[in-house]
Design a protein around this ligand. Structure first.
Ligand code: SAM
Length: 388
């Protein structure tokens, strides 16, 4: 089975990373954009030992959960890779992906059922995006699958209507008005407006606000903000739940999504965040909310742990970027030994790697919940609550 040869396989299930798993002639076949139960003819794109990376050339018998991807860019655009699955199948695949990582990487068995809370909107949900710009070819959109070529996107079906309207405005702007070295544009929406980074032409880095569970959050396009606002209330409720007491830590705290609710339930909170714009907004959000029991530290979390300035913490919430927590951070948490931990993660593989260390350090997993912040893609947000 050399590259360019085609053969038939049956897709068994969807693996972490969103790829379909099949077997043929003693080899493992990874099939992109597949549905579990598909009988397909595939072409080998790449071979690595006993693993073949393949793409579908013909669907012989479609899986019962396969649907026609509605977006005309699907397959070429690198943004979505789950549009071939109906929404129930997307949620089931995500639950299985979390379970697979926890079993295989963290070696955790006897896991409870992992429910993935659906997004109220499975289309037009995204309030944050990064648009790639190719000035030479005059294209604006997202990277194509597996490449750095820009897929020119006129209408992105997962963008909220106000961001889609801005995409159209950016696309209608004269190329002479774009900064010459602009490679990508960060864009985020709020309750009333849209913010861009960098600012150019009429597109400003506006300050935005968003209300969630009665808290007001201010932010702009220069720092992180979550992608799907409709699930943030349930995400906060599950991650913070009824934890309360003297002192809590919020690590990788952004503009304070979890810090504000924690500040209402704990006497003292320390929040640690590296991005200076996010730190500035977090301080402002706390001040506007009248919460003066929080210290927001502008630092890398690992460096902050090395400075050794914290002890006697009852609850740690951590929400690191996709790479997960640095090993110094997990060590720091184990040294602190808080009775409760909530780990919020956007990558089940790095989550599992870190959980393995926390469980080896004496923690037990009490509950796990997925939140489908990213419909039409294989990405999933997971919250794991642990206790000693
Ligand atoms: C997944 S976001 C979570 C932010 C926030 N908890 C929220 O939900 O809005 C991760 C955050 O970690 C910050 N960050 C990334 N690396 C960091 C590091 N080494 N130390 C501290 N903060 C970091 C990013 O700037 C970002 O705000």
């Amino acid at each position: 089975m050399k590259a360019d040869r085609t053969f038939e396989v049956e897709v068994e299930r969807i693996l972490p990373g969103g790829i379909g798993l099949a077997h043929a002639d003693g080899k493992t076949v990874f099939v992109s954009l597949a549905a579990p139960g598909d009988r397909v003819r595939v072409r080998v794109e790449r071979e690595q030992g006993k693993v073949l990376f393949a793409s579908i050339v013909e669907i012989i018998t479609p899986s019962p959960v396969r649907i026609e991807p509605p977006c005309p860019y699907f397959g070429r655009c690198g943004g979505c890779d789950f549009q071939q699955l109906n929404y129930e199948a997307q949620l089931a695949a995500k639950s299985e992906m979390i379970r697979d990582c926890l079993r295989r990487i963290a070696r955790l068995d006897n896991l409870p059922d992992i429910v993935v809370t659906p997004s109220p909107n499975d289309w037009r949900y995204r309030m944050r995006a990064m648009w790639q710009i190719d000035r030479d070819e005059q294209k604006i959109g997202y990277y194509e699958r597996g490449s750095r070529r820009v897929c020119d996107v006129v209408d992105c079906a997962v963008l909220r209507p106000e961001l889609q309207a801005q995409l159209e405005e950016v696309r209608a702007t004269e190329w002479s008005q774009f900064p010459p070295d602009l490679k990508h544009l960060d864009v985020v929406a709020g309750d009333e407006s849209v913010s861009f980074a960098p600012a150019f032409a009429n597109f400003e880095t506006r300050e935005l606000s968003l209300s969630i569970r009665g808290e007001i959050y201010r932010y702009n396009a220069e720092g992180f903000f979550q992608v799907n606002p409709s699930l943030l209330g349930p995400l906060i409720e599950f991650a913070v739940h009824d934890a309360s007491g003297e002192s809590a830590l919020d690590l990788y705290s952004g503009v304070g999504l979890f810090t504000l609710p924690l500040a209402r339930q704990f006497q003292r909170v320390t929040a640690v965040e590296a991005n200076p714009t996010a730190v500035r907004f977090a301080r402002r959000n706390l001040q506007d909310a009248g919460l003066d029991n929080v210290r927001v530290v502008a630092a890398g979390v690992a460096e902050w742990f090395r400075s050794g300035s914290v002890r006697d913490v009852k609850f740690v919430l951590l929400d690191p970027p996709r790479a997960g927590a640095e090993s110094a951070v997990i060590k720091g948490i184990l040294n602190l030994h808080p009775p409760q931990i909530s780990y919020v993660s956007c990558d089940p593989a790095t989550l599992a790697r870190d959980l393995k260390k926390l469980v080896a350090g004496g923690y037990t997993i009490n509950s796990i919940r997925g939140f489908d912040l990213f419909p039409q893609t294989h990405h999933v947000e997971t919250v794991v609550r642990l206790a000693v």
